[in-house]
Structures are given as C-alpha cells and as structure tokens.
Design a protein around this ligand. Structure first.
Ligand code: NAD
Ligand code: LMR
Length: 331
C-alpha cells in the first residue's frame, strides 16, 4: 500500500460533495492501492452539517480512508494537498446563466488561489467545479503564481459525458462504445459539443458517428443545443443543479489526470496556449490525452467553417468573462 495522499474537497457540506466524497474515499479516483487523507473545507455556518458528513464517512468503514480533517480555514484545508476539488461556490437557480454567478463566486477563487499558493504541494492538481468554472480556474491560477499554470483545470467532463450519452442513445450502442466526442470552450451555453471526430463501435466495427447518424442538421442542431442546455434542464426539473452526474464527472476528470488516458481523448478546461486559433490565457476546454500526470492537447484536427464560428463564439465569451473577473478581483 502507498503512503496516503492529502486530497481537499471544498464545498464539502454541499450537494456535489455528498456524492463525490464516497467516490474519492472508496478508491474510484486515485486507484485501489492509494489511501487518501480527506481535507473538507466549507464555511463556518456549515460546520455542523459537515460534522454529519464526517460521521457518515466513518460509518462507511472504507479501508482506503486514512483520515478526515473538517475545517473552515482555507490554509488548513490546502496544507500539503496533492489534489484539490474546488466545488464550493453558489450554484445557479432557474433562469440564471452561469456567468451571472461570476461576481458572487470569483472572489472565493482568488482567496483560495492565494491559500493554495502558500501551503499546497507545488505539484497539486486543481480541478475547479464551482461556476463559472473556467473563469474561476483562471483566477485561481493567477493568484497562485508559484504553482504551474498547467496544474489548474476546469470541469467540462460533465458536458463530455452528456454528449457521449446523447450519441450512444441516438445510435443505440452502450455509452462506452462512443469515443472522441469533444467539448470546446466554456462550460456554458456557448460551449461547442463537437461530434465531427467522434467514432462508435457498431456490430464490432468502428465507424464515424457522422456516417452512422447521417443527419447533419441533428449533429449541428439538436445535439449541440441539448448538451449546451442540459444543466438548465436539470435545474428546471430538480429545482437544484446537477450533483450526482457532476460528482461522477469530477471523479472521471481527476482519475484520468492522475492515472492517464492511454489513447482516449477527454475534454478538460486548461489555460489556452492559443491552439486552434483560440484566445490565449483563458481557461478553454480542449480535447486532451494524459500521460504520466501531464495533459497534452490533441493536435492536427481539422476545423470546419461551422466549427470555427462555434470555437470563436465561446472564446469571445471567455475573454469577456476574464475581463469581468479581473475587475471584480480589483475591489
Ligand atoms: P451547494 O450549494 O449544494 O454546495 C456548495 C457548498 O459550498 C455549500 O456547502 C457552501 O456552504 C459551500 N461554500 C460556499 N462558499 C464557500 C467557500 N468560500 N469555501 C468553501 N465552501 C464554500 O452547491 P453544489 O450543487 O454542490 O454546487 C457547487 C458548485 O458547482 C456550483 O457553483 C455549481 O454551479 C457548480 N457545478 C459545476 C458543474 C460543472 O460541470 N462544472 C456541474 C454542477 C455544478
Ligand atoms: C451543470 O452543467 O449542470 C452545472 O454547471 C450546473 C448549472 O448551473 O448548469
């Protein structure tokens, strides 16, 4: 058995954490040989609720759970952590766009960036889930200059999982048999779910999804808008934002980042280097592969005129969000 690693989850008394903590503590994220010491951060008024979560974790009797530290102090929570799930933030309500949360949430990520910079391991892998996730990740990185930019990512894996699931249902194959769906850009209604490189296994043979579905209007229309608006559809139905599926996606993202993807493509919001003509220095979702804990953007894909417009629109929104966030952080 390896030495335990310290893993922090913020917003630990909230909905997403309630599903996520079990996945981390049971070995689904860091592997069945890796014990974890969980640091649970929430705000002071939630410490009573958090106490109940700590009791339940103990009652799960999980062999890989080496310890639990509940706290309302970010510097205590981030001390020596190897992985950080930054979930804690206000969720949107019906009728709001995710960017409406910017002013309320971005300050949290400034403060947490500063705390990570001070006390976390310099190789910490940070996944931002709290919305607006891409811009929060950018701000967090900006306020943690001693940690490499590559170590800050935003979650678009839920969008990827949604896209894969929509295509699998349309084609009538298991979800695992649909591959290479891409989410480009922002985790917002401007994101571009792109099936143009996707493949599926049908009757034992791998074929292109565009060929199998053979309906351009669907792939550029209903497929795209369904994925873009899925978060809002869940809110409308549940009166609360997605939590079970968000926790699963956060586990998928961190597991693939730690343990690697082999030849699978996964979508992650990462600090853009300008690849595919996207704006630099915003957290933009790209298709990546991961080897030895390092992600790399998939190169050499063809961008159609339609895709170009979609990539540019979501990039423009990210540039605007960045400016707004920087203004908020000045106060
Ligand atoms: P929730 O309201 O159930 O829980 C949020 C928790 O964060 C609360 O316990 C709250 O007290 C805590 N919190 C607030 N400020 C904090 C701070 N400064 N430090 C630590 N904890 C703090 O919300 P939820 O449903 O768990 O959602 C959390 C966030 O995740 C929301 O912003 C939501 O929009 C976002 N989200 C993102 C995705 C994605 O795909 N990226 C998917 C689903 C939800
Ligand atoms: C989601 O995609 O479900 C989350 O980002 C929650 C939301 O506000 O849509």
């Amino acid at each position: 058995m390896a030495e335990p690693i310290r893993v922090v989850v913020t917003g630990a008394a909230g909905q997403i954490a309630y599903s996520l903590l079990y996945q981390i503590a049971s070995g689904a994220v860091f592997g069945p040989q890796q014990p974890v010491f969980l640091h649970l951060l929430d705000i002071a008024p939630m410490m009573g609720v958090l106490e109940g979560v700590v009791m339940e974790l103990a009652d799960c009797a999980l062999p890989l759970l080496a310890g639990v530290l509940p706290t309302a102090n970010p510097e205590e929570a981030f001390k020596d952590v190897a992985a950080a799930f930054l979930v804690g933030a206000m969720p949107r309500k019906e009728g709001m766009e995710r960017k409406d949360l910017l002013a309320a949430n971005v300050r949290i990520f400034k403060e947490q960036g500063q705390a990570l910079d001070k006390v976390a391991r310099k190789d910490v892998k940070v996944l931002v889930v709290g919305n607006p996730a891409n811009t929060n990740a950018l701000i967090c990185s900006k306020y943690a200059p001693s940690i490499p930019k590559e170590n800050f990512t935003a979650m678009t894996r839920l969008d990827q999982n949604r896209a894969q699931s929509q295509l699998a249902a349309k084609i009538g194959v298991p979800v695992k048999d649909v591959k290479r769906v891409i989410i480009w850009g922002n985790h917002s209604s401007t994101q571009f779910p792109d099936a143009s490189n996707a493949v599926a296994i049908v009757g034992g043979a791998q074929k292109s999804v565009s060929e199998i579905i053979n309906d351009d209007a669907y792939l550029k229309g209903a497929f795209v808008t369904t994925v873009q608006k899925r978060g809002a559809a869940v809110i409308a139905a549940r009166k609360m934002s997605s939590a079970l599926s968000a926790a699963k996606a956060a586990s998928d993202h961190m597991r693939d980042w730690f343990l690697g993807t082999e030849d699978r493509w996964v979508s992650m919001g990462v600090v853009s280097d300008g690849s595919y003509g996207t704006p630099r220095d915003v957290v933009y979702s790209f298709p990546v592969t991961v080897t030895n804990g390092k992600w790399k953007i998939v190169e050499g894909l063809t961008i159609s005129d339609f895709a170009r417009q979609m990539l540019d629109a979501t990039g423009k929104e990210l540039v605007e969000e960045k400016q707004e966030a920087l203004d908020v952080c000045k106060d």
